[in-house]
Design a protein around this ligand. Structure first.
Ligand code: GLP
Length: 242
């Protein structure tokens, strides 16, 4: 695992943007694994800035696969992770709508949604670079502590803590869905390169547990230690407990 301590959130974002641009230049039909939450926003802002300045590569052939999705929000709701990634990244980069993928929580297909999503990822050739954030409790995507290291895409129930953390995006905590579809930890490990970004002191203990602690379901992000090509980008505050 490569751990890079940068001087700011923007610098961490720029390093990840460099890696994504290099991938897309080398492989115009690259498959990018996308994460939501506030941590990856500096990456997306930098990619969009460079694209709009005309210095970035073309993303017309790129496909994206989101890590997770809420169950129970109406299609097109602004807080679905699909709408979020389109707003923050893929629309501005000019990806066709059909190239933007996420777990599909349509209710009639819910029992098989995980398997269908896994097949779609495999058919696309697999994820080349997966962007990741980390929860304050060490969760990865919506794999809360206790998730199996061998888990695949499936339905999960959010903890009260994560619902309360995410209430800031909704009118109140009661509006935050209880269930989600999320890639599993083994699904995430299938990506060829993992790039985790964490900034701020609130992530310091989770980062230390993920990077220096035992590999354990108690800290889902510790699975990065099992991956042959994992990069962890931190600012000084998030590196504070290392
Ligand atoms: C949510 C997402 C995760 C994300 C986490 C941390 O739970 N499902 O993918 O890593 O929030 O969010 P933030 O980056 O806003 O701290």
């Amino acid at each position: 695992m490569e751990v890079v301590i940068t001087t700011s959130k923007a610098d961490a974002g720029a390093l990840a943007a460099d890696a994504i641009e290099a991938l897309v230049r080398a492989k115009p039909e690259a498959v990018l694994g996308t994460a939501t939450g506030s941590s990856p926003l500096p990456i997306y802002a930098e990619l969009v800035r460079r694209h709009q300045a005309g210095t970035g590569p073309s993303y017309a052939g790129v496909r994206t696969f989101n890590l997770d999705e809420y169950v129970g929000l109406p299609a097109g709701h602004e807080q679905t992770y699909r709408a979020t990634i389109q707003r923050e990244l893929t629309d501005a980069l000019g990806l066709p709508d059909g190239h933007v993928h996420g777990p599909d929580p349509a209710e009639d297909g819910l029992p098989t949604a995980g398997a269908r999503y896994e097949s779609l990822i495999v058919e696309s050739g697999g994820v080349d670079l997966q962007v990741l954030g980390i929860g304050a409790d060490g969760h990865l995507a919506f794999n809360e502590p206790g998730s199996s290291l061998a888990s695949r895409t499936r339905i999960k129930t959010l903890t009260a803590q994560t619902r309360s953390d995410n209430a800031r995006f909704f009118g109140s905590v009661d509006e935050v869905p209880i269930h989600v579809l999320t890639q599993g930890l083994a699904t995430i490990l299938d990506a060829r390169h993992l790039v985790l970004i964490a900034t701020g002191a609130g992530k310091a203990d989770a980062v230390a547990a993920a990077v220096e602690g035992p590999v354990s379901a108690s800290c889902p992000a510790s699975v990065l230690q099992l991956h042959p090509h994992a990069t962890v980008l931190l600012d000084g505050d998030a590196a504070g407990s290392l």
